[in-house]
Write a protein that binds this ligand. Structure first.
Ligand SMILES: NC(=O)c1ccc[n+]([C@@H]2O[C@H](COP(=O)([O-])OP(=O)(O)OC[C@H]3O[C@@H](n4cnc5c(N)ncnc54)[C@H](OP(=O)(O)O)[C@@H]3O)[C@@H](O)[C@H]2O)c1
Length: 298
């Protein structure tokens, strides 16, 4: 469905801020004007980053990078729904957000369990009228060389990092397609692009997630859904604690990364805001590396 035919379609598009340049609220072509010709349009780029009135679901977000990403979205005005499998941890994190004045809730489900995902999304739709922004962030890691990886471990890592993102996105997209708007951001990795010893299943899953991002763009862009990815480099969380504790790895990373240091989780938020807000309405199927330049140099 690439054309807008009905008045309802046109109204949806105007409200959601997208589909054609003219309907997006941005000045286009000859109507744009410029500071020098005194054109008629008054517009604010900062308004396009605002997420007021949007509901964002961030998977795997009561700790680690997901929690920081959720806080960034909440600061931009979104109602954020935290997720994970630890109900107590989730509720504590949501309470802390509420105490800071953010609009926050929690939804406890395993992203790899289709029935749990379906039940949780139905409840969220009833409570909040649906999810406008999905961040597929939940992920797991296990460090061992491929010859030692048993099939159960391989499947667990693929099930969480790749299939889980598909299960949640497909469920959320069903409603986004009906509403003719939506933002999906998949949290990939440097491992989506580069190989590294001892993380074979993770690399396969994150490489797959990068291509799943493009596949979702191919199938859903015509419904005014933008699907993009962020590729974080190395950030200190529980997932990377073993690396952080390793003196050799620290020396290697600071020498290898042009930035000369680990990333600070808050440094991911700028890219997320671009991809989750109307500011990024014409960006689709892309992966932004946030890695201090590691991927750019040999
Ligand atoms: N940290 C880095 O440097 C880095 C670099 C590149 C990419 N990433 C990616 O960034 C994302 C977040 O990483 P992180 O470092 O913040 O990891 P983390 O601290 O280990 O947090 C991962 C989160 O995912 C949740 N989770 C795992 N399996 C789940 C499932 N089946 N259903 C629901 N939630 C699940 C965990 O909660 P429970 O297990 O308690 O449910 C936890 O909240 C991951 O996708 C990771 O691959 C991280």
């Amino acid at each position: 469905m690439s054309q807008q035919n009905s008045p309802r379609d046109r109204q949806d598009s105007a409200q959601s801020g997208s589909h054609t340049g003219a309907e997006s609220g941005w000045p286009t072509g000859s109507q744009s004007g410029s500071p020098t010709d005194g054109g008629p349009e008054v517009w604010s780029v900062f308004e396009r980053f605002r997420l007021t009135g949007r509901t964002a679901l961030i998977t795997g977000s009561y700790r680690g990078l997901g929690l920081v990403l959720a806080e960034g979205l909440a600061q931009a005005g979104a109602r954020v729904i935290l997720n994970g499998r630890n109900r107590e941890g989730l509720e504590r994190a949501a309470d802390r957000f509420t105490a800071r004045g953010y609009q926050a809730g929690s939804s406890c489900f395993d992203i790899g369990d289709e029935a749990q995902v379906d039940a949780a999304l139905s409840e969220l739709e009833e409570r909040y009228g649906g999810v406008d922004i999905l961040v597929n962030n939940a992920g797991i890691q296990r460090r061992e060389r491929l010859e030692d990886v048993d099939l159960a471990t391989w499947r667990r890592i693929l099930d969480t990092n790749l299939t889980g993102a598909f299960i949640v996105a497909r469920r959320v997209a069903a409603r986004m397609i009906r509403e003719r708007r939506g933002k999906i951001v998949n949290i990939c990795s440097l491992a989506s692009e580069l190989g590294r010893q001892g993380i074979g299943p993770y690399s396969a899953a994150k490489g797959g997630l990068k291509m799943l991002t493009r596949a979702m763009c191919a199938d859903w862009a015509a419904h005014n859904i933008q699907v993009n990815a962020i590729g974080p480099g190395f950030f200190l969380t529980e997932l990377t604690q073993a690396l952080a504790d390793n003196r050799d790895f620290n020396a290697w990373l600071t020498a290898r990364a042009p930035a000369g240091r680990w990333g600070e989780p808050r440094e991911l938020v700028g890219a997320l805001l671009l991809l989750a807000s109307s500011a990024g309405d014409y960006i689709n199927g892309h992966m932004i590396m946030v890695d201090g330049g590691v991927h750019a140099v040999m």
